[in-house]
Design a protein around this ligand. Sequence first.
Ligand code: ZN
Length: 436
Amino acid sequence: MPAMLEPEVETRSADEQFQLDVRHFRRQLAYLVDRSPFYREKLAKAGFPSAEAIGGLDRIADLPFTEKQEIRASCTAENPIGAHLAVPRDQLVRIYSTSGTTGTPSYIPLTRQDLDNWVTTSARSYSASGISAGETIVSTYNAGPFVAGAALAAFDRLGMCHVPVGTGNTERLMAALRLLKPTAVVMTPSYASHLIEWAAERGFDLQSSGVRRVLVAGEPGGGEPAMRARLEAGWGAKVTEAMGIGDIGVSLWGECEERDGMHLGGRGFVYPELIDPATGDALAMEDGASGELVLTHLRHEAAPLLRFRTRDHVTVRTSPCPCGRTALRLHCIGRTDDMLIVRGVNVFPSAIREIVGEFAPTVSGAILVRPATADVSQEPPLPVVVELARAGEPDGGLAERIRERLRAALVFSAAVEFVPFGTLERSEYKSKLVRH
Ligand SMILES: [Zn+2]
């Protein structure tokens, strides 16, 4: 097993980490009240006029959540970043942005120390997968304005040779595989899946390419057993996933070689909580517990966030991991925003894809959920379009078997419709699983 990047941090006991987090949390709160107009006002309104009035980390659930919308609403012409900005502009070394749905980007500012902590976090998360110094890794992200750019710096930090080829450049990627013989690649699971089909159509032997590790990130999927099995078979490589969230940190979570959930690489920088997305109630971080992930910065400078609702629905693992890392690990089930409610039951499109994927090789693995209305709540049956594999022939009972399996596993009723191979859109970045 390759050496850990920071064994002292990564194997620290949960208790000891909590004690350190308690101290950093106190300091971060005092910093927020002192320097963040957004939080000074928000906390005062919630009945906490001073940092002293706020309890410790064990009382964090008493504090209000932060929603992305509130930050956005606080932006002005004088301060386009938002009222949560806690440092003068000349302290910033980087400003990332997200596209946003309204046309105006949301800005994510970083100080030199913030950026360094992000790279450290990403380096821990990615090195957990087993990659190490001296290896060559090809990346396929067009980082541009997006936070993914900071994650890419992790590969230099790890002493690897990083070959960026960008998105939408499959010929260049395949040339790099053939000529530079990397042992690792990093991409979205959608693209990793698309490349298996691309290579098969052109007689390119992906399994003999020498790639031993496929690191996937950017969307859920890499941790779903059926999807992972398909990717591992197609690439002849081990697949591990990583996950982050722009506002808090890039590649915050990274899977180790045990592949039983992503460890918190941002340990000591970020404090995770689990809540019931409907009520906002805190849930205990017990093995197997499931809910929405809420994150709090512990040592951020530019624009720290408190109890930020990530909208990621996750299941946590707290049992000891054989890799020796003691940080919490989790699986991401899907985005709370993508969730549909079918007769009171929460249904995640990524979970539907996972169940349908069990029917490979008859199906291609691509699905599209087509709700009848734009509402979250849907009347059954929920229409699910299932794409067949290239040579897939549905026998008379296949639709019924998929329906039954969906009902048994996810407790909702589906209407399954088949489409031929290649009908559903392929993505070199992220797949869209729902179209209203
Ligand atoms: Zn582990």
